[in-house]
Design a binder for this molecule. Structure first.
Ligand code: PLP
Length: 478
């Protein structure tokens, strides 16, 4: 494809995209297909000679769309939102055109420098303490990771190395194997599965601590666990506190956990994958109080800040701990200006990295802080509207405090009735939800997801749920 054709086909593609997004609500959010549905719809082998652009575009609708889950639909309320916006898409076009792999400053200076500046812009918007910023007084700074899972893993491995270096100073013969055998990390019983996985990949114990009735990890539970483990000769080294759990959007108590981590010299990492975006609003920022105790803080602009996947922003108070955790420096990656600006290859697990800061830059400039705040506030308002609707029907109960854009609810009584409700709502196909489970209770989660979501979509969702609930409860009685 040459530039002229690219321009023409690009215009057609943009038209397809805008039509798709403008009419997305008319499609079923959850596709009605079975595993293997696509086999037979396209040939078994790649073509020997070029297909036409027209045929490819036609096949998007014929082959791909029937099996697409429409995450941007106002009828999709599952998981957490995944951000979508035209400014971010345009930045991705440019990112793809530049096509650099910004592993070192020298491999694409703009890629590194814009990232440094954007991490400070975003950090300031969240009112992170300036010790997390490049422009701050210390060794702070941030880096864009692909996902929150990678951010947690990177921090866990960096903390592991930090502890290893400390032990090796005391005893040079000490091996990593000996240390790993003794290390203990902690998270709450509500932490995301990626935290448990980070423990598995890092080969360290990950203790899940019991949360209070709101799903929040409190200080005494952590203190008790650390003292117990120390008495057994283990080495507590890492705590993941969650701000906005996936299950119910609960918040661990950072102001209680932080001083305990400090007292025991333990690295506290905050996983605010979803909730982090809301901290740009002053009224939600108190949820992050206590962040000053954390060594690292992470959230996903790709969830709720109009920056498209993948973009997970991680800040640390001492960037040396990332930089020197796994220092491998082959000649072909060296450059003359090493050490002046970050070489982000040291701050992440892969070597290669995209020019992801472009999409942050486009989004922050083309929306501005106020419009981004408005979008967050709209979703929180809609969540409260849905909560109010649920409360009008005494067959239902709300199972967790509604703090941001997630509502957890169930039919009163046995889990089986709510399980049936969820299954039937998804089979019905008018809206899509996923469930969760906490403190022995099954419930449904309704997350504000689609960017165009309005009050009428919430009313629609509630009408569908009530309608299906009528059937479930009537068949239960029969
Ligand atoms: N942490 C929390 C609290 C989450 O809600 C999620 C995903 O929803 C994750 C981590 C994992 O995010 P990622 O897919 O960016 O690894």
């Amino acid at each position: 494809m040459e530039s002229k054709e690219f321009e023409e086909h690009g215009a057609e593609m943009l038209h397809y995209v805008t039509s798709y997004l403008d009419s997305i609500g008319s499609r079923r959010a959850l596709p009605d297909v079975q595993p293997g549905f696509m086999k037979g719809m396209i040939p078994d082998k790649a073509p020997d000679t070029p297909d036409s652009w027209e045929d490819v575009l036609k096949d998007v609708e014929r082959v791909v769309m029937p099996g697409v889950t429409h995450w941007q639909s106002p009828k999709f309320f599952a998981y957490f939102p995944t951000a979508s916006s035209y400014p971010s898409m345009l930045a991705d076009v440019l990112c793809n055109a530049i096509g650099c792999i910004g592993f070192t400053w020298a491999s694409c200076p703009s890629c590194t420098e814009l990232e440094v500046l954007m991490m400070d812009w975003l950090g300031q918007m969240l009112q992170l303490p300036d010790t997390f910023l490049f422009s701050g007084p210390g060794k702070g700074g941030g880096v864009i990771q692909g996902t929150a899972s990678e951010a947690t893993l990177m921090c866990l491995l960096s903390a592991r190395t930090l502890f290893f270096k400390k032990e090796q100073k005391k005893n040079p013969d000490y091996t990593l194997g000996q240390l790993v055998d003794k290390l203990v990390a902690y998270c709450s019983d509500q932490a995301h599965s990626s935290v448990e996985r980070a423990g598995l990949i890092g080969a360290v114990r990950m203790r899940k601590l019991e949360t209070d009735e709101k799903g929040s990890l409190r200080g005494p539970a952590l203190q008790e666990a650390i003292l117990e483990d120390k008495a057994k000769g283990f080495i507590p080294f890492f705590v993941v506190a969650t701000s906005g759990t996936t299950t119910s959007c609960a918040f661990d108590n950072l102001k209680e956990l932080g001083p305990i981590c400090q007292e025991h010299g333990v690295w506290m990492h905050i996983d605010a994958a979803y909730a982090g975006s809301s901290f740009i609003c002053p009224e939600f920022r108190p949820l992050l109080d206590g962040v000053e105790y954390a060594m690292s803080f992470n959230f996903n602009p790709h969830k709720w800040l109009k920056v498209m996947f993948d973009c997970s922003t991680l800040w640390v108070q001492n960037t040396d701990y990332l930089r020197y955790a796994f220092d491998v420096d082959p000649l072909y990656l060296k450059h003359e200006n090493q050490g002046v600006m970050p070489d982000f290859r040291h701050w992440q697990i892969p070597l290669g990295r995209k020019f992801r800061s472009l999409k942050i830059w486009f989004v922050l400039r083309l929306y501005g802080r106020q419009k981004l705040q408005e979008a967050i506030r709209k979703d929180v308002r809609l969540a409260h509207e849905f909560e109010a609707l649920v409360k009008t029907d005494d067959r239902f109960e709300i199972t967790a405090e509604v703090i941001l854009g997630l509502v957890c609810f169930r039919l009163k009584g046995e889990d089986a009735t709510s399980e049936r409700l969820l299954r039937d709502v998804n089979n019905d196909g008018r809206i899509h939800l996923v469930p969760s489970h906490m403190k022995g209770k099954f419930f449904l989660r309704l997350a504000m997801c689609g960017p165009s979501l309005q009050s009428q979509d919430i009313v629609y969702a509630w009408d569908v749920i009530k309608d299906v609930a009528d059937h479930v409860l009537n068949s239960h009685k029969a």
